[in-house]
Design a protein around this ligand. Structure first.
Ligand code: GRF
Length: 202
């Protein structure tokens, strides 16, 4: 059975694109059934439109606050039957009510470093790569992990992909190398959940 996936985005959406491409090419037995964005003008949202995937916006004004907006999105995800929620560059902390409404549906997040190092509040965008370079670590990578209420960049690791830190790396060059690995890792992680759902595994 094809795994129905909901993806939450906020920005450029290259991870979403990797997921859409892998689904379209049959490299993973999954289908994106809803893309929800914290910003209506996110390029990720346009990628979803081009792929003809149903879309929703976390409109906090329309719903009268962050929590009701998140609850509405969780309800929409449940309504369309998602069996996995992917946070792919989603820039908001999700409230407990969001997870409660999803019930047993797992949520995964992609982070551009080898967690548990270089995670947590404030560790976003180029700050992550700056911290890796400042640490002197010889490798970095991408981590896909389970997301739970009240936790940021914590939770069971599903997939990690490693890349070397090269002499002369800048935050930008390291970010680009890690991003390629993110696109592989996120698809591998979804494939794991799809395999778990497949009838042959039951
Ligand atoms: C990625 O680096 C991801 O690890 C982080 O946000 C970024 C999103 O990039 N959580 P994109 O929008 O998928 O291109």
């Amino acid at each position: 059975m094809t795994l129905p996936v909901g993806v939450l985005v906020s920005g450029r959406g290259t991870n979403l694109q990797a997921i859409l491409d892998a689904c379209a090419a049959g490299r993973v037995d999954a289908r994106v059934v809803l893309v929800a964005s914290s910003r209506a003008d996110a390029p990720a949202f346009e990628r979803a439109a081009r792929a003809d995937v149903p879309r929703a916006v976390f409109d906090t004004t329309a719903y009268g606050g962050r929590e009701p907006a998140q609850v509405a999105i969780a309800d929409a995800l449940v309504r369309v039957g998602v069996r996995l929620v992917v946070l792919a560059g989603f820039d908001r902390i999700l409230c407990d009510a969001f997870f409660e409404r999803l019930g047993p549906i797992p949520v995964i997040n992609i982070h551009p470093a080898l967690l548990p190092r270089f995670g947590g509040r404030g560790m976003v965008g180029s700050k992550v790569h700056e911290a890796v370079l400042a640490s002197g670590d010889r490798e970095s990578g991408a981590t896909v992990h389970r997301a739970h209420p009240g936790m940021v960049d914590e939770g069971e690791i599903v997939v990690q992909g490693r890349v070397p830190v090269m002499p002369g790396d800048t935050p930008e060059s390291l970010a680009a190398r890690v991003l390629e690995q993110e696109h592989v890792a996120i698809v591998q992680a979804i494939a794991r959940f799809a395999e778990e759902m497949s009838p042959t595994r039951r």
